[in-house]
Ligand binder design. Structure first.
Ligand SMILES: C[S@@+](CC[C@H](N)C(=O)[O-])C[C@H]1O[C@@H](n2cnc3c(N)ncnc32)[C@H](O)[C@@H]1O
Length: 260
């Protein structure tokens, strides 16, 4: 089987992203991630952020440490994109994306937008007394006012149900979720769609720019980044993800082997 080390443009650090000493400051163009949610999923690691015995404030504090590290490793014109949704806690909705935005702003980030990712295929409600939740947010932040951003005419296309083709990129993005595409194990679930990450990579970077994901999971960020010619750095606590990452990247590897 192909080893992760054989991908020259990918470096995964198997430890907590609360300290990113391995990454030189000012070299990352775009941080693209989906964080662990508070009190939602047990990824089976003692350093995991967001376990049931952690208070919501403590969870936000630990996440803020990660945002602060991300700020330092970003270039001056860099951006950070956090795909995250609200969470229902004992019948009360927590506005997690807004709290993440506030904490990131405290570390120096500028909030650019709360993009809505519309998921037309979502069918389950949070409870049977709620409407079906068909969206997640993409918290879009920048390090400075002069950040890199390539929203071209026509990029909206048919993906935005609210705007006709040809208009400038809006903040309502339609990306269907395909279930069960990367295995049935609980560790391998909840990846975001590559079409969503492709869009962020294209909008926020140029070929050759470095992308970082501090909560790497099954490596969707790397699949998009490497496919689009951007080197990728990841942090992830669970080495159990190694096999599924290699599996997802193997088509790229095979392609580059045949190219040479
Ligand atoms: C929502 S998942 C990311 C899913 C990912 N976008 C994908 O495509 O599969 C969050 C990930 O954060 C990891 N994680 C939790 N606490 C962490 C920490 N302190 N440092 C690094 N990773 C952590 C979990 O193991 C989990 O894989």
């Amino acid at each position: 089987m192909v080893d992760l080390k054989s991908f020259d443009d990918l470096k995964v650090n198997w430890r907590t992203s609360e300290n990113m000493a391995e990454v030189e400051n000012g070299i990352v163009q775009s941080v693209i991630t989906s964080p662990p949610y508070w009190d939602l999923k047990d990824y089976g690691h003692e350093n995991q952020i967001g376990t049931a015995d952690e208070s919501y404030d403590h969870y936000l504090d630990r996440m803020q440490a990660v945002w602060s590290e991300c700020y330092d490793v970003l270039r001056e014109d860099g951006t950070m994109w956090v795909v995250v949704d609200t969470v229902m806690e004992q019948g009360d909705l927590k506005l997690l994306p807004y709290h993440i935005a506030e904490r990131a702003e405290e570390t120096g980030f500028l909030l650019q937008d709360m993009v809505t990712w519309y998921k037309p295929t979502a069918i389950a409600g949070m409870t049977d007394r709620n409407v079906v939740n068909k969206k997640e947010y993409v918290v879009y932040l920048s390090k400075s006012k002069d950040h890199k951003f390539h929203a071209k005419e026509g990029q909206n296309g048919i993906e935005d149900p609210a705007v006709a083709q040809g208009h400038r990129l809006g903040n309502l993005w339609r990306h269907p979720v395909k279930r069960g595409t990367v295995g049935q194990n609980v560790l391998h679930k909840a990846p975001y769609p590559t079409s969503l990450i492709d869009r962020i990579v294209n909008v926020s970077t140029d070929p050759g720019d470095t992308v970082l994901d501090p909560f790497f999971g099954s490596g969707t960020t790397a699949v998009s980044a490497l496919e689009l010619g951007r080197p990728c750095i990841g942090y992830e606590l669970n080495e159990e993800f190694k096999d599924v990452i290699v599996e997802r990247l193997s088509s790229l590897q095979q392609r580059s082997l045949t190219e040479f």
